[in-house]
Design a protein around this ligand. Structure first.
Ligand code: ATP
Length: 761
């Protein structure tokens, strides 16, 4: 690869478009282009243009203060330029640049408003991409590709650490170093993200644990509710069908007894009719006697009716009492936990000055509420008891009245003159039927009470089912068979136990479910990210390790060769003496700047993350190494070489500090080093701006000889005032400047040199 063309426009003194053509290599050597011209004509501006196009960012290196200083600022005859543009054309037929073009144009443009552009073969690109492309081909804009005027001994005067960058270029590992730098930045960002994600996770994890517990309570609750539903269905279904059966049986018994009542009533009526007929026949015989008997019989009927009414009232009173008992039992339910707590709170907050009696009455009330009523302890409404008592008294009175009426009939019958035994017999039989009817009716009353009791229980059950199992109630009632429950009492106890458990678990609101869902989603997402980050970090670390290995190997080998070559050229230039390059190793704890530094915030974050991890007590698996471990490794991953020291002792002198060398000695040492580098790791082209300025005549010739030797490896563009150098040129350019302050370039031959006017003989 070689530099084939340079196009400069609007750059410093090159206001007009200026094209510098370079020659390609011959079979034996690369072209040597020498630029000559008077002081201030703009020669160095050509070197600056190349340096700038290669991506130089430092304005100091470009001899300016601000970016726009490189744009032609105008002169007497010409107004200032709106932009500066430099296009460098590189012959890439050997594909030294890793790009699929045999000719590569790199364009850099800067406008006065600060807008800047990089183009690669006319296509916009990023500076970093241009730099990487060039670095991989061994062209670095910062170090020895362009050696600026007065900068030849810069490598000697700079610190060992600054020299390191120079030697990275020299040993050809700059491209690898750039890649390493990018990887380290990636690693830094990934580590930073890892710390951040771990911090957020450490914050979310405890909350998620709490939410999980609540959700597991909910699951438990659902399980209990399911179990409760099953038990309740079984229990109520059995209860329902049991009561239905009881009711059918009672109704059947009631039918029978009602039929008996009807039969007896019919018997009674038949007897009555017979009695009346008999009485009609014997009417004429004993008209007056029978008036008394008739009255007695009428009185008996009234007494019987009163007795029947009183018995009915008693039946009503008994039935009411019985139903009240059933209701009292079926409506009882255990007091919910919340109500118990409320009652206890009331008791606790009682004013002590109210006395112990008040306190006891409250406790008793609570105890009553908590105790299931015993049927024997049922306290009916006193009104009901009163009604029963009154009914009993009425019955007693009515029975007495009946007996009295019976006696009166007997007396009247006996006193009758025309005693008709048959009539008496009928009357006695009728009384017998009356007694029988009464006994059956009493039985009927009992059955009716029982029926009402069952119906009330059914009613209570229906209400209870509506409350407890509203969804399945109708299905249970419509079903024509029961779910068998062998131990309903046990089932009832189980139902109460589960209800109690549910009360203890308590409710859970929709918000918590939603929060759990969201938090879990976020947690899983971040955990996934954490995994990806760890993987990315491991991948990048591997890349850095591989790069480090390559850098180490390559730089070790090249450094050794440079060192040997340095000694060779040093002896050529000085005619003896000794010199050496020494690598300075970075000590583990040293605070040198060769490793990628961390942000302060990153350190702080890592510390709090370590604290959070220590607090959360979570077990970490080995493969899930924490950000802390990654960070420790990251910090350790510094470069092993921190700088390069140079020792140089000219012949006949004792080893002394570089700063004590003369200007010429420094220039010779630097040229020796530069030559050693060129010989070891030649840059495709090198621009040297008056590096021979400090050399005496003899050394100028030596330098020219070295250039001649090195052009086999490198294309040189040399700015020089030295004739010895000019004489070796394949191509000589002269730079002139007229009154308009604009540089002009012209191709010259050695014979033209006198016209250019500045060449030293
Ligand atoms: P020497 O032989 O003394 O080293 P040279 O030929 O290398 O000289 P340069 O350093 O290339 O000269 O040119 C310097 C000149 O360029 C100065 O006169 C300076 O004023 C001029 N110059 C620098 N920047 C600009 C600019 N933006 N616009 C116009 N002129 C500029």
């Amino acid at each position: 690869m070689h530099l084939s063309r340079l196009e400069i426009q609007g750059f410093k003194t090159f206001a007009k478009k200026t094209i510098v053509d370079f020659r390609g290599p011959t079979k034996n050597a690369n072209a040597l282009t020498v630029v000559v011209g008077p002081n201030g004509s703009g020669k160095s501006n050509i070197a600056d243009a190349i340096r700038w196009c290669l991506g130089e960012q430092s304005m100091k290196q470009l001899r300016g203060k601000k970016a726009e200083d490189i744009i032609f600022s105008g002169s007497k005859g010409k107004t200032r330029s709106g932009y500066a543009e430099v296009i460098m054309t590189l012959d890439n037929s050997k594909k030294t640049l890793k790009i699929d073009f045999s000719e590569v144009n790199i364009t850099r443009r800067l406008y006065r408003d600060g807008e800047t552009e990089y183009l690669l073969n006319g296509k916009a690109t990023r500076l970093a991409d241009v730099q990487l492309l060039l670095a991989e081909a061994g062209i670095g804009q910062r170090t020895y590709t362009v050696v600026a005027q007065g900068m030849i001994d810069h490598v000697l005067t700079s610190s060992p650490e600054e020299r390191k960058v120079f030697f990275d270029d020299a040993t050809g590992v700059r491209g690898l170093q750039i890649k390493r730098h990018h990887s380290m930045n990636k690693l830094k960002n990934a580590t930073k993200n890892l710390i951040e994600v771990e911090l957020i996770l450490a914050e979310i994890e405890p909350r998620l644990r709490i939410l999980k517990k609540q959700i597991s309570r909910l699951e438990k609750r659902e399980k209990f509710e399911e179990e409760l539903k099953e038990l309740q269905e079984k229990y109520y279904s059995t209860q329902w069908w049991d009561l239905q059966n009881q009711l059918t049986q009672v109704k059947h018994r009631l039918d029978i007894v009602e039929a008996q009542v009807k039969e007896k009533q019919a018997d009674l009526k038949a007897g009555d009719d017979k009695l009346m007929a008999m009485e009609e026949n014997s009417k004429k015989d004993a008209e007056e006697d029978r008036t008394g008997l008739k009255n007695a019989q009428a009185g008996y009927k009234v007494a019987q009716q009163t007795l029947a009414n009183a018995r009915h009232s008693k039946f009503e009173a008994e039935r009411n009492l019985e139903l009240a008992k059933v209701s009292a039992r079926s409506i009882w339910a255990p007091l919910p936990l919340s109500s118990i707590i409320k009652s206890l709170d009331e008791i606790i907050s009682l004013d002590p000055s109210l006395g112990i009696a008040k306190f006891i009455s409250f406790v008793k009330k609570l105890k009553d509420q908590l105790t299931k009523p015993n049927p024997e302890d049922f306290k009916p409404d006193p009104k009901m008891l009163e009604a029963l008592k009154v009914a009993d008294e009425h019955i007693k009175l009515a029975e007495m009245a009946v007996k009295k009426a019976e006696k009166l009939i007997d007396a009247e019958s006996k006193s009758s003159s025309e005693v008709n035994t048959e009539l008496f017999a009928v009357q006695r039989k009728l009384r017998g039927i009356q007694h029988e009817l009464h006994r059956i009716e009493q039985n009927k009353n009992q059955i009716q009470i029982e029926s009402a009791r069952i119906e009330t229980r059914i009613e209570g059950l229906v209400t209870e089912m509506l409350e407890e199992i509203p969804q399945t109630r109708n299905a249970i009632m419509a079903e024509n068979k029961a779910i068998p429950d062998l131990y309903p009492n046990q089932t009832r106890a189980d139902i109460l136990r589960i209800k109690h458990q549910l009360e203890l678990i308590g409710g859970i609101d929709e918000e918590t479910i939603k929060e759990h869902e969201d938090t879990e989603l976020r947690f899983n997402f971040l955990s996934g990210q954490l995994k990806d980050l760890r993987e990315a970090i491991r991948g990048t670390e591997k890349i850095v390790d591989e790069l480090d290995e390559r850098i180490q190997k390559q730089s070790e080998k090249a450094f050794k060769t440079i060192n040997t070559e340095f000694q060779k050229y040093f002896r050529i230039l000085f005619g003896g003496g000794s010199c050496s390059l020494i690598k300075l190793r970075a000590s583990e704890n040293s605070d040198d700047p060769s490793h990628v530094s961390l942000d302060r915030s990153m350190e702080e974050m890592a510390e709090s993350e370590v604290r959070a991890n220590n607090d959360d007590g979570s077990d970490r698996k080995d493969e899930d190494e924490s950000a802390e471990d990654v960070l420790v490794r990251f910090k350790k991953r510094r470069e092993t070489v921190s700088g390069v020291d140079i020792q140089a002792t000219p012949p006949g002198k004792k080893l002394k500090s570089l700063s004590l060398l003369s200007g010429g000695e420094r220039a010779l040492t630097s040229i020796a080093l530069l030559s050693a580098i060129m010989a070891t790791n030649p840059s495709p082209f090198v621009v040297l701006d008056e590096v021979d300025a400090a050399l005496d005549e003899a050394n100028t010739v030596r330098f020219a000889n070295i250039l001649d030797e090195l052009r086999k490896l490198t294309q040189f563009v040399v700015i020089s005032h030295n004739r010895a150098t000019m004489e070796r040129a394949d191509l000589l350019y002269g730079v002139t400047m007229g009154d308009d302050g604009i540089s002009n370039l012209l191709s010259v031959s050695m014979t033209d040199l006198e016209d250019v006017g500045s060449a030293r003989r």
